[in-house]
Design a binder for this molecule. Structure first.
Ligand SMILES: Cc1cc2nc3c(=O)[nH]c(=O)nc-3n(C[C@H](O)[C@H](O)[C@H](O)COP(=O)(O)O)c2cc1C
Length: 359
């Protein structure tokens, strides 16, 4: 018997063996943007664990686009080598390697969670951040970000383009553009962060312009037969902010641009957001975007159980289910869920075959 969670999904030229996706998760463990054995083992063990798609953490397209000094980066060719090892290993496990390309905008230059998650000054190894408008995320930040001018916007677009070329060279098969969580592209989307009066601010059409230009640039480097995802924040959870209607309208446009999957997260634009956190709390966003924009979606957020995930796919609410914290607790999430759902088709790594859980 095949559980819907373990049904195949073809997206462009790749066929995912199941609907389980490891959600991108920053590890704050890189030096100068370079990956190391931590990233190989972290991502590799989740490939061993049976997920169909493993998306690498927010990987910065430029040094100033990092959330923290320890973020992964893909702004120079030397960084590609270690990524090749990671992608080759994931592929060897019959899973697909994905990469999330990101620029943190005004939320850049912060310390890692275990170093206090606070804004870093230049003396502490931080840097001046950039944003659509010179407005702080937190009132207590010492300096506002610099407002990007047209040359700065063009650099961001060029950085995403070059990053896409490197991502392909490194062997990634899925590219996800990070347009969520209050990072740079989301800062442009949200009227709460974007106060510009030029072509990149004001109307909905202007606020989505940067994202569309990034997509166009990425597509000149990313093969047409490989999947392109966009992670959005479906709502800002704040009065006057980006909302679900905006997300549906955006998704319709992204579909015409050749985007394959909208990964539906939420929040992050403003510090005073009110998020009604509960199991499945973001699933209705994925469901609505899928139904109204007729595009594949990913559901994420407090999805922790096999049956819960199976129901989301079975009820047509999303095509893919992303797991973050549960996949940290249980790296073998694919193998365990296959057992829980009595899926008879999941193949365990031959090295682990003797431990296979039998029904
Ligand atoms: C340690 C950690 C790091 C994260 N880093 C990223 C990231 O790099 N990019 C991103 O889009 N989301 C990131 N997230 C958010 C997750 O991908 C996910 O959307 C969120 O945790 C909700 O899913 P969950 O309830 O399964 O954890 C991170 C979450 C965690 C716990």
């Amino acid at each position: 018997m095949t559980s819907p969670l373990f049904s195949l999904l073809q997206i462009k030229s790749i066929i995912l063996k199941n609907r389980i996706v490891i959600s991108p998760m920053c590890q704050y463990s890189a030096e100068d943007g370079f990956a190391n054995d931590w990233h190989l083992v972290h991502l590799g063990s989740r490939a061993v664990g049976g997920a169909g798609l493993i998306i690498q953490e927010a990987t910065a397209v430029s040094p100033e686009g990092r959330i923290s000094p320890e973020d992964l980066g893909i702004w120079n060719d030397e960084q590609i080598e270690k990524y090749k090892q990671i992608t080759a290993f994931i592929l060897s496990q019959n899973a697909f390697p994905g990469i999330q390309l990101a620029h943190a905008g005004r939320k850049a230059s912060t310390s890692s969670p275990w170093q206090g998650n606070r804004k870093l000054t230049i003396d502490e190894g931080g840097w001046r951040t950039v944003a659509p408008s010179a407005e702080r995320y937190h009132e207590d930040e010492a300096q506002p970000p610099l407002e990007l001018d047209k040359a700065g916007i063009n650099k961001v677009i060029a950085d995403f383009k070059a990053a896409a070329r490197r991502a392909h060279e490194a062997g990634y098969k899925v590219l996800e553009i990070h347009a969520a969580h209050g990072y740079l592209i989301h800062q442009f989307l949200s009227p709460l962060c974007n106060k510009r009066s030029d072509d990149y601010g004001g109307s909905f059409e202007n606020r989505i312009r940067l994202l569309l230009e990034v997509i166009d640039a990425v597509k000149t480097e990313w093969p047409a037969d490989l999947p392109l995802f966009v992670r959005i924040s479906g709502t800002d959870w704040a009065e006057g902010g980006w909302n679900e209607d905006d997300s549906v309208e955006l998704a319709k446009i992204l579909k015409t641009k050749g985007i394959d999957v909208i990964d539906c997260s939420s929040g992050g634009a403003v510090s005073y957001q009110q998020i009604p956190v509960a199991p499945n709390y973001q699933v209705p966003i994925a469901e609505r975007v899928k139904r109204e924009a007729h595009i594949c979606t990913g559901a994420v957020g407090l999805i922790t159980e096999a049956k819960q995930a199976e129901d989301i796919v079975n009820e047509g609410k999303a095509d893919l289910v992303f797991f973050a914290r549960e996949a940290l607790r249980e790296p073998y999430i694919g193998l365990t869920f296959a057992h829980n759902l009595h899926d008879g088709h999941t193949i365990w790594p031959k090295q682990y075959e003797r431990a296979k859980l039998e029904d």
